[in-house]
Design a protein around this ligand. Structure first.
Ligand SMILES: O=C(O)CCC(=O)C(=O)O
Length: 262
């Protein structure tokens, strides 16, 4: 793994648009990551929806909860090591065909009852960056086991050659925003890889994916890390600046008057 993907794995990645790699992180490594998630979740500012690092989500019980920290690596030495892990960098380099830059990282808690996500292609929100879809690659690291019951991510194989989003995005945070049309999804059959803690799924920025609510009593935490082809330069700082401006506008539109970033 430190040497990246084998030819056979790369072929499967290119065929499907995603690839499940079991056991990339050991149980001991993942236990340290789980402890770090609990520590972060216990910091009051990280559960405060005014924090521009947090994103809230509806729950099946009708409430709202903080569902993610975006970004997370700048908060934590543990996640700093995850995003720089040589095994992940080698996978990114295999797929991108060049060295990579860290573009984005987020920790999704998917607490009990948290709603899922409609089918989308991540590239929809990244298309203005001046990077082709093949120059952006995401890696999902399973912090907890993920399965159909707790809202694991479903991937639609073979649909990563085209971008299926004609309309401009009005509101990137809205639930109906950037949804992949049903007639496109009907050309594939969604696959929900059952993940163990420490497993990884590598996926193309055009691979449509969605998820169901977490119907269990435990969180389904996952870290999503996106690398960009270094040929296009380091995009992270400019991206997050623009992202935070969009968040402020979104919150102002919802009537929120104060926020902070910590
Ligand atoms: O964690 C999930 O259930 C899905 C998250 C997702 O699709 C995304 O953040 O793009």
């Amino acid at each position: 793994m430190a040497g990246g993907l084998t030819d056979e794995q790369l072929q499967r990645y290119h065929r499907d648009g995603f690839l499940h790699l079991p056991g990339v992180f050991s149980l001991d490594e993942v236990k340290a990551i789980q402890r770090e998630c609990a520590r972060l979740q216990g910091i009051p500012e990280m559960a405060d929806p005014r924090n521009l690092r947090t994103v809230t989500r509806r729950t099946t019980a009708g409430g709202m909860i903080v569902d993610r920290l975006d970004p997370v690596a700048d908060l934590s030495e543990v996640f700093q090591s995850v995003v720089r892990d040589p095994r992940l960098l080698a996978v990114a380099e295999s797929v991108l065909g060049s060295p990579s830059c860290l573009f984005k990282d987020k920790l999704i808690f998917k607490n009990p009852g948290a709603f899922g996500y409609g089918a989308h292609q991540d590239y929809t929100v990244w298309r203005g960056l001046g990077v082709p879809a093949t120059g952006l690659l995401s890696i999902l690291l399973a912090v907890d086991a993920a399965n159909a019951a707790n809202g694991a991510v479903r991937f639609y194989p073979g649909l990563h050659s085209d971008h299926h989003c004609e309309a401009e995005l009005e509101d990137i945070f809205g639930p109906a925003s950037g949804i992949t049309p049903a007639e496109v999804l009907a050309r594939s059959e969604g696959v929900v890889p059952e993940l163990q803690p420490g497993d990884v799924v590598v996926f193309h920025s055009l691979c449509p994916h969605d998820s169901d609510p977490n119907h269990t009593a435990e969180s389904r935490r996952s870290c999503f890390i996106t690398y960009s082809d270094a040929t296009y330069g380091d995009l992270r700082e400019a991206y997050y600046q623009a992202f935070r401006e969009m968040m402020k506008a979104d919150r102002a539109a919802a009537g929120q008057t104060d926020w902070f970033f910590r």
